[in-house]
Design a protein around this ligand. Structure first.
Ligand code: GUN
Length: 302
């Protein structure tokens, strides 16, 4: 093993401690705590476990937390009305509608209905635009890209002038992280290339990367020969490749594999995120940070 492991689990603990102490301080000064509502439609098992973890984390931080579970067959109009209720609730700073939504509901319509100033997921077109402008315009960066940037900063990786290659062009990860890394900002100022399924020579691009961010959703896509020696490798892939029995709980759990061949890549990279325990834990952490930020905007202190 030559690469330094960038552990999301450890960075998460540092950030959550920072948030918890800020929440306490603001509660004493202003008498309020951040409010987060998580709307879950239906009973998708993966969504239910994400939501449970979000609630647990928010509760640990002393947030006001509402879990609003709705039946799978909720009418789109009723869901839009529910969002409107929370848009108008001053004790709520963040509204999160867990995705994916059932097929009869227009996801775009739902995301667009969330007040952009409570859109702690950063998915509303107004927040996407703010992110593109950069600097003071940014209100909420989407949570996974924000987590990636935070990991790169806290791992002490130089980004200024670095060649960043992003594999994948999704709205949730690829597009926003590419945008964030070339901004004139801390943890950015990089030269960014985005590669995708139609790119002609994926390997050639990856080999140039000082920082390789992989969010393709293809297990083991990135081969060790594609990694520049000493590069920072951020693996966003969380692919379920099978099941096993947990030694801790005796229950069936998913076997997860990243988009990078970790065992071989760690002998070449300078630093690398594992799967699981890398980028994954950062998403909920940044959701909490965005919710606190939203309350600070409301108080007019940022
Ligand atoms: N489903 C999977 N990831 C996410 C996320 O980051 N936000 C929301 N709202 N739904 C998700």
């Amino acid at each position: 093993m030559t690469a330094k492991l960038i552990k999301g689990t450890e960075i998460r603990e540092q950030i959550l401690e920072e948030i918890a102490s800020e929440v306490l301080e603001l509660k004493e000064k202003h008498g309020i705590v951040p409010g987060l509502v998580t709307i879950l439609v239906g009973e998708n098992p993966a969504s239910m476990s994400y939501v449970t973890l979000k609630i647990k984390t928010a509760t640990r931080l002393g947030f006001k937390e509402i879990q609003d579970s709705q039946p799978e067959d909720i009418a789109e109009e009723d869901l839009l009305n529910l969002i409107d209720k929370y848009n108008n609730d001053d004790s709520i700073d963040g509204i999160l509608v867990q995705l994916p939504l059932p097929k009869h509901i227009d996801e775009k319509k739902v995301l667009n209905a969330i007040d952009p100033d409570k859109d702690v997921d950063g998915f509303h077109p107004i927040n996407v635009g703010r992110l593109m402008i950069g600097g003071d315009a940014v209100k909420f960066a989407p949570c996974t890209p924000a987590g990636i940037q935070e990991m790169i900063i806290r791992a002490g990786v130089e980004t200024s002038g670095a060649e960043v290659v992003v594999v994948g062009r999704s709205n949730i990860v690829g597009k926003p992280i590419a945008n964030m890394m070339f901004q004139k900002a801390e943890g950015a100022n990089s030269t960014v290339t985005v590669v995708h399924t139609r790119t002609k020579d994926l390997a050639a691009h990856c080999k140039r990367a000082d920082i390789l961010i992989v969010a393709a959703g293809v297990p083991g896509l990135v081969e060790p020969a594609w990694i520049k020696p000493g590069a920072c490798v951020i693996d966003v892939g969380v692919n379920r490749v099978g099941e096993k029995i947990s030694e801790k709980t005796g229950k069936k759990i998913a076997i997860l594999r990243g988009d990078v061949d970790f065992d071989a890549a760690k002998e070449i990279a300078g630093s690398i995120t594992p799967v699981p325990g890398g980028v994954g834990p950062m998403t909920i952490t940044m959701l909490m940070k965005n919710t606190l930020k939203s309350m600070k905007f409301k108080l007019g202190i940022i």
